[in-house]
Design a protein around this ligand. Structure first.
Ligand code: BES
Ligand code: MG
Ligand code: ZN
Length: 494
């Protein structure tokens, strides 16, 4: 869907559909349009057929009285509660109505409403994000044409401020396209999204956007003694890949973002029950988010050098699979007891963060579908954030607030470090006790053990990387969580 910008007055637009917002208990913002429609809008409001409750809709056919063929009124709720996230939501909501109505082009007047602390550019970005993210559907594998969603050709945003609107639309497009790309990567089944395929995708993105890239396959990983990664991949016929990208090698500051890329997590020999295994193609959502973020950082020419580290592997049960009780020596020479082969994410990340730290970044942020327990902690609403650095935490929380990709902090206390001490080796990949106590924290604490001194933050997207039902502008399946959050964070890092 192409997004264009025009300065037309709503009553004059020639389009199949015009989308208009209205706040509860406020004056209707387009009296001329109402007058042209012979007062049918004000009548509906007066008769309480349409009161402007959030996402309430009322549609009016203009019957030639005004230029748009149809006017869709959408409730914006109470004026004081309206914010940038509500704008994203209502943008998605109305775009989906237009799609379901097989509309070819529509105009939207949803940019009309001021939001405290937000510029026109911010609002145009949010409106664009909401529309493009909300319209996403993964139908690559459907062969019946009827299953393909109706395509809207054009959405036109009505505005008084063309240049700032344009800027916001451009940013919104870049971010939404990257997020939808990440969703595709996550939704593609594991048979077609192996570590090698992911690495090839990264190459494609690198080439297109002038990003430096280096990929370690099995041989290089063996040479570098990245045995934690190799151990996880040993039960698979697919070669593991460590993908390294740099957006701006000449920049003074480097920020490392590290993503878990388990393209399928069967659990390994500690095999998952079938119902838990079904969606485990999602276990590379962290790496996909890193790839999307790196791509946007390059497109927006961010002044910081983003070092994207994606660690891709399968976790399978083949004859050479790693066994419970095995001990491996990680890249940084620490020894690890494999207490559970299904706690594989922290293992591959152990080598990845240790390697990233050698590159001297100002900080390391890892993003991973690390624990099912993260769903117990925050449901599907936000990502647990665990960090050893106040400044970094604060910056991530701020980015989360602005993008509505929510995070909530959990602590690392000394007893959690105690819980992952090994019996025979230095550390174990599962907390002592039953193993699931504070599972999200012990998993993060394990990663922390592989970082010497660099500020580090961990985002557990076990609950937010993959949705089991549709949610506003996030359809079920891969969510693309992390791209908007991390880009905002990188842009504002000082
Ligand atoms: N990939 C899973 C975590 C996960 C579960 C992500 C559900 C998304 C949805 C991870 O590798 C895993 O298996 N974690 C185990 C750890 C346990 C063995 C300590 C878990 O969370 O159950
Ligand atoms: Mg696992
Ligand atoms: Zn996993």
């Amino acid at each position: 869907m192409k997004i264009n910008i025009k300065t037309e007055k709503p009553e004059n637009v020639k389009s199949e559909l015009l989308i208009i917002g209205h706040f509860e208990k406020e004056k209707f913002p387009h009296p001329i349009l109402d007058k042209k429609l012979k007062g049918r809008i004000s009548k509906a409001i007066k008769e309480k057929k349409f009161e402007g409750e959030f996402k309430q809709i009322y549609s009016v056919s203009s019957l030639g009285l005004a230029s748009p063929e149809k006017v869709l009124l959408v409730g914006l709720g109470k004026k004081k509660d309206f914010d940038i996230e509500k704008l994203r939501q209502v943008a998605a909501f109305t775009a989906k109505i237009a799609r379901d109505g097989k509309i070819k082009d529509f105009r939207t007047a949803l940019l009309d409403f001021e939001i405290k602390g937000k510029s026109t550019t911010d609002r145009a970005q949010a409106l664009t994000e909401g529309m493009l993210l909300g319209l996403y559907k993964f139908t690559h594998y459907k062969t019946d044409k009827k299953e393909q969603p109706h395509k809207i050709n054009e959405a036109v945003i009505l505005t008084k401020d063309v240049s700032n609107t344009k800027k916001g639309v451009k940013r919104g497009e870049i971010l939404a396209e990257a997020t939808n790309y990440v969703r595709d990567l996550v939704n593609i089944p594991a048979c077609d999204m192996t570590p090698t395929v992911l690495a090839n995708e990264a190459k494609k993105i690198a080439k297109k956007n002038g990003i430096k890239i280096k990929i370690f396959g099995k041989k290089e990983l063996q040479k570098k003694k990245m045995n934690a990664i190799l151990g996880v991949s040993s039960g698979s016929t697919q070669e593991p890949k460590l993908i390294l990208m740099e957006t701006n090698p000449k920049a003074k500051k480097k920020m490392a973002i590290v993503g878990k890329g388990i393209t399928f997590d069967s659990g390994g020999l500690d095999i998952k029950p079938s119902s838990y295994m079904l969606d485990m193609k999602c276990d590379m959502a962290g790496a996909a988010a890193v790839l999307g973020t790196v791509m946007v950082a390059a497109k927006l020419k961010l002044p910081i050098n983003v070092l994207g580290v994606m660690v891709a592997s399968e976790n399978m049960t083949g004859g050479a699979a790693q066994k419970p009780g095995d001990i491996v020596t990680a890249y940084n020479k620490k020894t690890i007891e494999i207490a559970n082969t299904d706690a594989e994410g922290r293992l591959v990340l152990a080598d990845a963060v240790a390697y990233a730290e050698e590159k001297k970044p100002v900080a390391i942020v890892d993003i991973a579908t690390l624990t099912g327990t993260s769903i117990v902690v925050l449901g599907y609403s936000g990502a647990p954030l665990i960090s050893n650095d106040e400044k970094l935490k604060k910056a991530i929380k701020k980015a989360a607030d602005e993008t509505h990709e929510k995070v909530w902090e959990l602590p690392i206390w000394e007893e959690f470090r105690e819980a992952i001490k090994g019996e025979l080796a230095d550390v174990r990949n599962l907390g002592k006790g039953k193993g699931y106590e504070a599972g999200t924290i012990t998993a993060a604490t394990f990663i922390e053990a592989f970082i010497k001194k660099t500020p580090w933050a961990h985002l557990d997207i076990g609950g937010v990387g993959w949705f089991i039902e549709d949610n506003d502008y996030v359809p079920k399946g891969g969510t693309g969580y992390g791209v908007r959050l991390l880009v905002n964070f990188l842009e504002n890092w000082k």
